[in-house]
Design a binder for this molecule. Structure first.
Ligand code: NAI
Ligand code: MG
Length: 490
């Protein structure tokens, strides 16, 4: 007879009758306690305080993490300034590039460990951290290593110069990847860094600190300080910071914008989104449905460019809805370390509360809710994939960022109607268009107000492509050649 544990596991996988295939935790070396990474060493926080980071899949504690205060932030900024003036500014571009390549290769070497830790600390499925987060993080370092000694070619006749010290604040949805997005271009352009990871997912950034130490990067070039919002605010408000790079909520983005107004600090803000996927009746429908599923349920919907709204042309609405529901029923929600899992754990209790609040709001607003019928684990933070139909443009579930596996579906008749409805949001980060016709794609992409528009695909990322938004989704671009510019005077 199967043990109790196995029975539960098998139940999670019952929709596809797959036996559990858990990734081993043995590669993940997690210390009981982590200090702040300042000037090339791990240092105790002057607050003497530590907070817990937990595994959202089972609510168990993983480690104690130092809480950096203003004095610690100051120490880190002083270290970054000294490293900038005395070492990094004088290091040749070719040397800088060697260090960045080394970091990239070390991420590849430790890919398995990093993927397991990412999944344990943040709740995302191992398939995703293994196949997307970690390799893409390494690729960002490889890509920007290549640019380091070619900046004059990137900006011909413009004498690009580094800014100095960059303060970087990142969220919990792609912890290692966001650290790579921030650190790689900053180092390639000759800046030094103080990075603050999110409080629920600090572990892979701290592992990256170990890698940076092993790579022999000169002390102080990269400093990593942990803590929550107050630590981030101390970094934003430090007078000796030249650049703030932030990814996170629109609310905090607005606070940061106010805080740095009137200073010389340069800023890049990547904020929220409410992306629309638009399916025309001539689209390859199975492919479109798969893209929509990937767009909203990928990473539990914890994606700023998640396709959280769907617009379907009326003539194919019924069939698309049926295909969508059928596919949702086959999704596996559960243990993020299981290689069969499609949808892992919600990142925190706080985020699960936000999502559940919106599920109630959607129903109160009169929309119809459908959730897949899968079992979800009793312990840990989970949400079934959810869609709402009968949604009105003015409904909060169609206007506000939910940041969970929740899709609001509406219909349209004409191209113009689809454009008007899709653009009716305070955000402008991304969109997806599904049609067989090239001319329709060009018409839509020129009229949709979004920074990134995918055609007949969704959520495709590459270090060479710039990413960023309009309106309340923020400003500045990360990735590609554009991503260098945010860290340079040109
Ligand atoms: P948040 O914006 O509070 O957190 C992001 C980062 O900013 C974390 O490292 C946090 O410690 C830091 N932070 C918080 N307050 C700060 C302040 N006053 N000054 C400087 N740094 C500060 O996001 P939160 O509360 O975790 O999530 C709330 C909502 O934000 C989510 O429901 C989602 O809608 C959105 N979000 C968007 C993300 C994106 O990728 N655009 C990522 C994470 C959340
Ligand atoms: Mg955690």
């Amino acid at each position: 007879m199967a043990s109790k544990k196995n029975t539960i596991k098998l139940q999670f996988n019952s929709s596809r009758n797959l036996a559990p295939a858990p990734e081993s935790k043995s590669v993940a070396k997690i210390a009981d306690k982590y200090d702040l990474f300042i000037n090339g060493k791990f240092e105790k926080p002057s607050s003497k305080k530590y907070f817990n980071t937990i595994n959202p899949a089972n609510e168990e504690k993983l480690s104690s993490i130092a809480e950096g205060n203003g004095a610690d932030v100051n120490k880190a900024v002083v270290a970054a300034r000294n490293a900038y003036e005395k070492i990094w500014k004088k290091t040749s571009a070719k040397e800088r590039s060697k260090y960045i390549y080394r970091i990239a290769r070390m991420i590849q070497e430790r890919a398995r460990e990093l993927a397991v830790i990412e999944t344990l600390d943040g709740g995302k499925s191992i398939r995703e951290s293994r196949d997307f987060d970690v390799p893409t993080a390494a690729n960002h370092f490889f890509y920007y290593a290549g640019w380091a000694d070619k900046l004059e070619y990137a900006f011909p006749n413009r004498k690009p110069q580094s800014l100095g010290v960059a303060g970087q604040i990142i969220p919990w949805n792609f912890p290692l990847l966001m650290a790579a997005w921030k650190i790689a271009p900053a180092l390639a352009t000759g800046n030094t860094v103080v990075l603050k990871p999110a409080e629920t997912t600090p572990l892979t950034a701290l592992k990256l600190a170990e890698i940076i130490q092993e790579a022999d990067l000169p002390p102080g070039v990269v400093n990593i300080i942990t803590g929550a919002g107050a630590t981030g605010a101390a970094l934003v408000n430090h007078p000796d910071i030249n650049k703030i790079a932030f990814t996170g909520s629109t609310d905090v983005g607005k606070i940061i914008q106010k805080a740095i107004a009137g200073t010389n600090k340069k800023a890049t803000l990547e904020l929220g989104g409410k992306a629309a996927n638009i399916i025309f009746d001539d689209a390859p429908l199975d492919q479109a449905v798969e893209g929509v599923i990937n767009g909203i349920f990928f990473n539990q919907g914890h994606v700023c460019c998640a396709g959280s709204r769907l617009f379907v042309q009326e003539s194919v609405y019924k069939i698309v809805l049926q295909k969508l529901k059928d596919r949702m029923e086959s999704l596996i929600v559960g243990d993020p370390l299981d290689k069969n899992t499609d949808i892992g754990a919600i990142n925190s209790k706080q985020q699960l509360d936000v999502i559940q609040k919106y599920l109630k709001i959607g129903q109160q607003e009169g929309a119809d809710m459908f959730q897949s019928s899968c079992n979800i684990p009793k312990k840990g933070f989970y949400c079934r994939p959810t869609i709402f139909t009968n949604v009105a443009q003015s409904n909060r579930i169609a206007q506000e960022e939910i940041f969970g596996p929740v899709l609001a579906i509406q219909t349209f008749r004409t191209e113009d109607e689809a454009i008007e409805k899709a653009n009716n949001t305070p955000f402008g980060l991304s969109a997806g268009v599904w049609t067989d016709k090239g001319s329709k794609i060009f018409n839509m992409t020129s009229k949709l107000r979004a920074g990134v528009i995918w055609a007949n695909t969704y959520n495709k990322f590459d270090p060479t492509s710039p990413f960023g938004g309009y309106k309340e989704s923020g400003f500045g671009r990360e990735g590609g050649l554009h991503g260098l510019e945010g860290y340079l005077k040109v």
